[in-house]
Write a protein that binds this ligand. Structure first.
Ligand SMILES: [Zn+2]
Length: 65
């Protein structure tokens, strides 16, 4: 019985860990300057996290796809 609980705890721990590593991908610090054109990225945009392009470049990039 105790073994079952241990296994369950291990599974929960794994689930939390994989959840955290997924979250980390969205929690990268933003760049203060656009990696494409070097334009300043507005603070409000930087707060979103993982922002590497200014709005102009992001629009260009998305239109290209
Ligand atoms: Zn740019």
């Amino acid at each position: 019985m105790a073994d079952d609980i241990d296994v369950a705890n291990d599974n929960i721990e794994l689930a939390i860990k994989s959840r955290l590593s997924t979250l980390e991908k969205f929690d990268k610090p933003s760049l203060s300057k656009c990696k494409e054109c070097g334009e300043d990225i507005p603070i409000e945009r930087q707060k979103l996290g993982n922002v590497t392009l200014c709005i102009d470049c992001k629009n260009t990039f998305e239109n290209r796809r």
